[in-house]
Design a protein around this ligand. Structure first.
Ligand code: FAD
Ligand code: SF4
Length: 509
């Protein structure tokens, strides 16, 4: 490698100073996609990443280890609303691509129609329709990241059962396509793929930036973007110890051409805010696909942790009621956290572990929240689902239960407060009249959008259709926070393709 990787430096050591053409803050889906595009064009690029650089052999085995080593704030951040639902993202080299399931879905055409109509985003950088540009990049990304359908040998029984249930009911579903090359079905995607099959950006792209002469800082959370007037000219912060999180020495990286912020939905808007960027819309339009799971109990062992972590999906309900269905295999400790009770009762429930399959939904919710700097400048999300979204949410749980029953489950465990812990097949209709109070459900937010949304008007948006922050020079946002609506499908493919478009526009400008 001809580039340089700089990791944690102790407090008291001289400040680290660097200078490049472009500084990219964050190495996840958006940041790494933009960085490779710039580096391939011959630019000198620095990736500055808050999280530590971890080799796959050092990925943790347990959910606890994943929270400790790979997740932002131990996965303990919650959206403040009527219910406190966890907001899950990674903080590690490679960002959330390290802990996600690598599901790859192209951006639906109706998303671009909406962006054009509501936000004036249709053409950017004078290079043609945004939709065509994004889809072209998605073609390239699918080749580059070896997108494949889950191999038959790696499906595992849970994914096969879901397909059986959907077929029995008669709705469309499919085995997933993911950025994975030769999945062996170890069911460990959420802890990082030790088998080196998942094409997370720390493996697929960060080394390429180094090979092209780039600079990579790990354990280096940017505290501030540096400005000369209204022009972004670099970033600075203090190194953060990968284990103890003790603050280390100062780093400062100057950007001759531009700073690209790709620190995730919860961090990008807050970083701009902490750096003094002024925009009426900053931190607004936070959106998500909230989701939860329903367990099915089967006579024969399912052994959900054998097989691809997520291998089956249906988009049949994307428009009505507005959600996506998927399988999701979670480890025993997370199952325990979903089951009510304690002591002998909990142990008896957990004894069913080998016989249960968890399937989940993600809701195309229209509710809107905010993400702003809270205590000590850390992100604070305010968000809750309105009644319309809660009806979709509840209906999705019914659809999951129905699919389990159609696949042969003897009972389902919906996890809804106020309803029985276990429901027989003939009881699942009760879910449809269950509560619409979000506090009755345990959900998570893992697909996040907004905070620095794109739009033609600086009055209602933070960035333009090329991710450039209105009213500033050399400052671009290139991650999920520019996305002004929910997608109704998994977002990584859209984020990476948009980031590539923005990097191209920068090179052309
Ligand atoms: C458990 C889980 C499973 C998922 N599965 C899928 C899936 O299968 N398919 C899919 O399409 N989507 C999936 N998603 C969503 C997808 O992973 C995210 O939407 C996507 O990674 C977001 O990209 P991003 O670039 O905006 O942020 P991220 O990928 O989160 O990257 C942001 C990076 O910025 C770094 N950072 C933050 N603050 C700073 C700072 N101040 N200075 C320097 N660096 C900073 C972070 O450490 C992080 O590395 C999943 C999400 C989760 C949580
Ligand atoms: S299921 Fe296992 S082998 Fe397949 S991508 Fe996930 S972690 Fe890697």
């Amino acid at each position: 490698m001809t580039g340089t990787h700089v990791s944690y430096r102790e407090r008291g050591e001289p400040p680290f100073e660097g200078e490049v053409d472009y500084v990219v803050v964050g190495s996840g889906a958006g940041g790494a996609a933009a960085a490779t595009t710039l580096a391939r064009a011959g630019a000198k690029v620095a990736i500055v990443e808050a999280g530590a650089w971890r080799e796959p052999e050092h990925y943790p085995n347990s959910a606890y280890g994943s929270m400790r080593d790979l997740m932002d704030d131990w996965g303990a951040q919650v959206a403040m609303g009527r219910a406190l639902w966890p907001v899950v993202q990674a903080r590690t080299m490679g960002g959330t691509t390290v802990i996600n399931s690598a599901i790859c879905v192209r951006t639906p055409a109706d998303v671009f129609d909406r962006w054009e109509k509501e936000f004036g985003i249709g053409r950017a950088g004078g290079k043609g329709r945004l939709a065509d540009r994004v889809w072209k990049h998605q073609d390239d990304l699918e080749r580059e990241l070896s997108v494949e359908e889950v191999p038959v040998d790696a499906l595992g029984r849970s994914n096969v059962l879901a397909m059986k249930g959907a077929s029995a009911i008669g709705y469309d579903s499919h085995y997933m396509k993911r950025y994975v090359k030769g999945c062996v079905g170890s069911g460990q995607c959420l802890q990082g793929c030790k088998k080196l099959k998942k094409q997370s950006t720390n493996l697929a792209w960060v080394p390429e930036v180094l090979e092209r002469g780039g600079l990579v800082l790990s354990s280096a959370p940017v505290a501030k973007i540096l400005f000369d007037g209204r022009r972004a000219v670099g970033v600075e912060g203090r190194f953060d110890h990968p284990r103890t999180h003790r603050a280390g020495s100062v780093f400062r990286v100057r950007a001759k051409k531009a700073v690209l912020v790709a620190a995730s939905v919860t961090h990008s808007a807050v970083l701009l805010q902490n750096s003094g960027v002024k925009s009426k819309s900053l931190g607004r339009s936070f959106r998500a696909h909230p989701g939860t799971g329903v367990f099915g109990c089967y006579d024969d062992p399912v052994d959900q942790n054998t097989g691809a972590t997520q291998g089956w999906a249906s988009t049949a309900f994307r428009n009505e009621p507005g959600l996506k269905l998927e399988t999701l295999h979670i480890p025993l400790e997370l199952v325990a956290s979903r089951f009510a009770g304690g002591g002998v009762e909990l142990m008896e429930r957990l004894a069913k572990y080998r016989h249960i399959a968890m399937w989940c939904h993600s809701v195309r919710a229209e509710s809107v929240g905010t993400v702003r700097a809270g205590f000590f400048g850390k992100p604070m999300v305010r968000y809750g689902l309105d009644e319309t979204d809660m009806l979709k949410f509840r209906e999705g749980m019914y659809l999951l239960a129905k699919t389990h029953v159609a696949a042969g489950a003897k009972s389902v465990l919906p996890g809804i407060s106020g309803l029985p812990f276990e429901m027989k097949a003939d009881e699942i209709e009760k879910i449809r009249t269950g509560p619409t109070d979000p506090r009755a459900y345990i959900a998570i937010l893992s697909h996040l959008f907004g905070g620095t949304v794109m739009g033609a008007s600086p009055d209602t948006s933070v960035t333009d259709g090329s991710g450039r922050v209105h009213g500033y020079e050399g400052l671009v946002v290139a991650d999920a926070s520019v996305i002004p609506s929910v997608l109704g499908v998994n977002p990584q493919h859209t984020i990476m393709a948009l980031a590539r478009c923005f990097a191209e526009d920068l090179l052309a400008s």
